[in-house]
Design a protein around this ligand. Structure first.
Ligand code: SF4
Length: 322
């Protein structure tokens, strides 16, 4: 019990975005329509709770398509896949549902279109992240990854007349702007997207943390270690000078973090369900928090359509995770 905690401030918006909601619903509806098991390439979204819930409902998560039996139904995760993975899945004859977030697909489409016009690309993103592998894998060559400003000096495109920038959708808005400026300084003719590839959900959650951080003594981010946008939220709060921690579940909260803290800021990455936020609130109340207040913020109303074949009204989303 920590009598010092007066209030929990809830960031708005937080948690599930439209792409995550759609990806989870695709798996749930596929299980309802075709029966278990349904195979999912990579974690459908980077959240331990979501993955375990879907496993319990009959999803099997794999990384290698060789582990999927012939005739199976396969779902691609929200992060998107390379052309090579798409082709392999088709060659193996799976029934495929693509849960790639439409905002990631938009980047893939842009890359394909500009590549046909002779462009090479500089991709700003994190090496090894499945979204980066999927986007870079739209081409077999001519796409160069930069992770930070230092990398910009080392990148060596074959030509600089037709060069375009693309970014991972879940980056730090501020870091991406700094790296893009370094790219622009080195390659003044570089083409940049009209609108940043960083998605609305990433932008809105970071904006909310910027407003919340100065008002609190500690920030808790609900998110899994693999979640890019959740990590960026924790880093952002820390950079703004507020002690911050990311937790996968309420069990990971440590009472000593809250000693001497009057106000606790709470947010959640785009792949973290609200049920986990509720559990964190309950735990912080048990530590002594007196009240919970939702901050004002943007109301997100975006919803992405489901793929053909899973839209039927007669397939209810059974116990949709939220
Ligand atoms: S975080 Fe952005 S890009 Fe990723 S699934 Fe959500 S809306 Fe799509």
């Amino acid at each position: 019990m920590n009598p010092g905690i007066e209030e929990v401030l809830l960031a708005e918006p937080r948690g599930f975005c439209a792409g995550v909601d759609r990806a989870i619903e695709i798996v749930e509806r596929a299980i309802a329509k075709f029966g278990a098991p349904i195979y999912v390439r990579h974690e459908i979204v980077h959240n331990t709770y979501v993955v375990n819930e879907l496993k319990a409902k009959g999803a099997i998560f794999i990384e290698d398509l060789a582990d999927v039996p012939a005739g199976a139904t396969l779902v691609f995760s929200a992060h998107g896949v390379s052309k090579a993975v798409q082709q392999e899945a088709r060659d193996r004859g799976f029934d495929i549902f693509d849960a790639t977030c439409p905002l990631v697909t938009k980047v893939h489409v842009e890359v394909a279109k500009l590549a046909k016009e002779g462009y090479e690309f500089i991709m700003i993103g994190h090496k090894g992240h499945p979204e980066v592998e999927g986007t870079m894998g739209q081409l077999t060559s001519g796409i160069h990854l930069v992770e930070d400003v230092a990398d910009v000096a080392d990148v060596s495109p074959a030509q600089t007349e037709k060069l375009a920038v693309v970014t991972q959708t879940t980056l730090s808005v501020d870091d991406a702007a700094e790296i893009a400026a370094a790219v622009r300084a080195r390659f003044p003719k570089v083409r940049e997207p009209k609108q940043q590839d960083i998605c609305y959900a990433t932008q809105n959650r970071q904006d909310a943390v910027k407003i919340m951080s100065p008002q609190v003594d500690i920030v808790i981010v609900v998110g899994s270690p693999t979640s890019s946008n959740s990590n960026r939220l924790r880093e952002l709060a820390q950079r703004l000078g507020t002690e911050s921690y990311m937790v996968d579940s309420a069990d990971e909260l440590k009472p000593e973090w809250f000693e001497g803290k009057g106000r606790v800021g709470l947010t959640a990455g785009a792949s973290a369900p609200e049920v986990l936020v509720r559990e964190v609130i309950d735990r912080v109340r048990a530590f002594g928090a007196v009240s919970v207040r939702k901050m004002d913020g943007i109301e997100e109303t975006i919803k992405f359509p489901l793929p053909k074949g899973l839209k039927l009204d007669d397939i209810p989303p059974p116990g949709h995770i939220s």
